[in-house]
Design a protein around this ligand. Structure first.
Ligand code: NHX
Ligand code: ZN
Length: 686
């Protein structure tokens, strides 16, 4: 039994390898009719050729124009006319000359003799009206007294060429315009690799990575993400040996949802699965389902699943699934998002529709699992969720190793140090740091990428581009210096605040100055830590007020952070006295009454009051500290104005060593020594 089941599958695979993978239509005016490639430009060429041919046919054999006078005086008189054909609808008369009289006209035909058909008509002339012509002909014959009278033949002649021109040509132009517009429309909707023409709007735009095509990604390229890797290895195993699982009566999962912040390597992970499993891999983005035509999304889902089932066992990867998987609206007339919901419904039905042993596994990635429709995540659909988190210190080290591999590094380069320096960085950020470091080193014409280049790259990524040429008045510069010194002083003297790395009044990105911290990587934060951090944040504004007696708009960013922090403490973490242990946080994200707050007006008032209390006390604390350490603050500001960047070492000289001594603190010292050395070297050069 089992053999019979597996054999046809093997056959399928065999033919798959031999047959060319489905042609991926990439614009260029290709029509896919009956599976055959057909270029539109051939139609254009044929039409043009046809027109030219008709033109030639009609223009080669044309009679010579003559006049009634000539006809009367010469042709009728000499009895050379074989017949006269009156073409009624064009008002022309064609003259056929008798064959044995043709010689008489050779000089009249002259050079055009070859153009004229030997059998006639040889000449034509134009007449005013047929009645007049008949009368004139009659009179002429009577007058001349010809022996055999000629009576004209009447004909109606359609001008095929003219007809074609007036009818077909506009139609051809219309069709051309129509095709052009449709091509533009379907191109506009599709991303890279999309089938760009009107006949395939309903086709899925999935990109197929076959066994033969494309360089493979495997798990060795995925650094960090150890737990996720283990989980997802299982998926590979399902595809490779499904029997092992089904024999015990287990069912193979249909869908796996990769959840995690941007840049953590969800897409990379999915690609690695495909590479490892060695099965076809369909990749598409959630937004690829969306098109301006109604019903296209659902049709694309259907097509995707059809293709996938044909290629089973295989993996379907849908990136950014939140584009279609967002929770459906409760109120149908209100949402106005029918198309997206239809697409989602189709996806739900399709996922229900195939049996779990068919060998199709759907991988989907999103960074917003909370907004996904719950139906999507129920058992039987995406029943597995793999959380891909920001890398911790050890994982960052692994990631740095991967991305630093192609770089030419200086000797004794410590990747360990970089990993410690970059808390909160994602894999993509780290890749960016490595690349930026190489670019900075190249700009300085260095032979190797040095530690300092990496530090500069990190600063650049956190703070943005340095803007040394920004015009800042002396007064503003003083304000900035005292603002930053305020941050530095308060954070230095508060035990639980983050350790300070350096203070800079060089404008960077959108800010005019900044105090740089090295946040400790911790999972939990205590009330003390939160409060100390808030005081440090308010230290800037407090310093401005204390020193100058007036405040500036510059504290905007600080105040925003502090206010959010305070509201979170009160409304989410239950950390205030009045609203102890109550949280209004909603992790499900599926709040049916999203517009109303989950608490009463009275509670709202209490929350506001508590927030005000917390912020006021934090501000007063900062101001007190600054008042007590006014000398230090002044020294610091002066030093900052002089040097523009100062390090924690300088603060230690002014205020003495810090109370708290964490792991991060030691690291700060290391980093600082490096930067000092660099500064020294640079000033020596100058
Ligand atoms: C600005 N930015 O946008 C300037 C460039 C206090 C020395 N006007 O807290 O850079 O002042 O510790 C409209 C109005 C941002 C938009 C006022 C956008 C104010 C950063 C705040 C340093 N370091 N603040 C800091 C800072 C600023 C800001 C605004 C705005 C400053 C401070 C921004
Ligand atoms: Zn500030």
């Amino acid at each position: 039994m089992e053999n019979k089941n597996t054999n046809p599958e093997k056959d399928k695979k065999g033919t798959q390898k031999g047959s060319p993978s489905k042609p991926s239509n990439k614009g260029g005016g290709n029509f896919n009719i009956g599976g055959k490639k057909f270029n539109v430009y051939w139609i254009y060429i044929l039409i043009i050729l046809g027109i030219l041919a008709l033109n030639l046919f009609y223009s080669t054999k044309t009679p010579i124009e003559t006049t009634w006078q000539d006809v009367r005086v010469q042709m009728i008189k000499q009895g050379d006319i074989d017949k006269l054909v009156v073409v009624r609808n064009s008002g022309k008369v064609e003259v056929y000359i008798k064959e044995n009289s043709l010689n008489n006209y050779s000089n009249k035909l002259g050079q055009d003799a070859e153009k004229v058909d030997r059998h006639g008509p040889h000449f034509f002339f134009t007449i005013g009206s047929i009645d007049t012509f008949e009368r004139q002909l009659e009179e002429a014959q009577e007058e001349i007294g010809v022996s055999e009278r000629i009576s004209p033949v009447y004909e109606d002649r359609t001008n095929y060429f003219g007809e074609i021109f007036t009818w077909i040509f506009p139609i051809v132009i219309l069709i051309g315009i129509w095709l052009f517009i449709f091509k533009r429309i379907s191109k506009g909707g599709g991303g890279a690799g999309g089938a760009g023409n009107i006949f395939s709007v309903g086709k899925s735009k999935a990109q197929l990575f076959d066994k033969e095509s494309d360089p493979k990604t495997d798990f060795t390229e995925v650094a960090g993400l150890e737990e996720a890797k283990v989980e997802i290895m299982e998926i590979v195993d399902f595809l490779k040996s499904p029997k092992k699982y089904t024999d015990l009566g287990g069912k193979i999962p249909k869908g796996v949802l990769l959840v995690g912040p941007p840049g953590t390597g969800k897409t990379l992970l999915a690609k690695a699965v495909a590479g490892e499993a060695n099965v076809p891999f369909f990749s598409m983005s959630g937004s690829d389902f969306v098109e301006m035509f109604v019903g296209v999304g659902a049709s694309r889902v259907r097509d995707l699943f059809k293709q996938a089932k044909e290629k089973a066992p295989c993996i379907v990867f849908i990136d950014e699934i939140d584009a279609i998987g967002r929770a459906r609206g409760k109120n149908a007339n209100f949402s106005g998002n029918d198309e997206r919901e239809n697409t989602l419904n189709q996806l739900l039905t399709e996922m229900d529709g195939f049996a779990s042993n068919q060998g199709v596994i759907i991988l989907a990635a999103t960074n917003r699992a909370d907004i996904l429709d719950r139906a999507l995540m129920r058992a039987g659909r995406f029943d597995r969720q793999i959380h891909v988190e920001l890398p911790d210190y050890r994982e960052r080290k692994d990631i740095f190793k991967v991305h630093a591999k192609p770089l030419k590094l200086e000797k004794d380069f410590s990747i360990d140090f970089l990993a410690k320096q970059t808390p909160g960085f994602s894999g993509a950020d780290i890749a960016n740091v490595c690349n930026e470091a190489a670019l900075i080193a190249a700009r300085k014409n260095k032979e190797f990428v040095e530690k300092q280049d990496f530090l500069d790259a990190i600063d650049r990524i956190i703070g943005g581009l340095e803007k040394k040429n920004k015009i800042i008045s002396l007064e503003e510069k003083r304000t900035i210096a005292f603002h930053e010194s305020g941050h530095a002083t308060v954070s230095w003297l508060l035990e639980h605040a983050n350790p300070l790395l350096k203070v800079s009044i060089i404008p960077r990105g959108k800010s005019l100055g900044a105090a740089w911290y090295l946040p400790e990587e911790r999972q939990l934060t205590t009330t003390e830590q939160l409060l100390d951090e808030m005081s440090s944040l308010l230290g800037g504004r407090a310093s401005e007020e204390l020193v100058f007696g007036k405040i500036s708009t510059g504290a905007l960013n600080d105040l925003e952070k502090v206010s959010k922090q305070a509201y979170a403490m009160v409304a989410y973490f239950g950390m205030s006295n009045e609203i102890k242990n109550i949280s209004f946080y909603d992790s499900s994200g599926q709040n049916e009454y999203a517009f109303s707050k989950p608490y009463s007006e009275k509670t709202a008032e209490i929350i506001d009051n508590e927030v005000k209390l917390i912020i006021d006390s934090a501000y007063n604390r900062a101001k007190d500290i600054l008042k007590k350490n006014r000398d230090g603050l002044n020294q610091l500001a002066e030093l900052l104005l002089e040097r523009e960047v100062i390090f924690s070492e300088d603060l230690e000289k002014i205020f003495g060593p810090r109370k708290s001594h964490t792991r991060a603190e030691e690291l700060v010292k290391n980093i600082e020594e490096e930067e000092k050395k660099q500064e020294g070297e640079e000033s020596e050069k100058e």
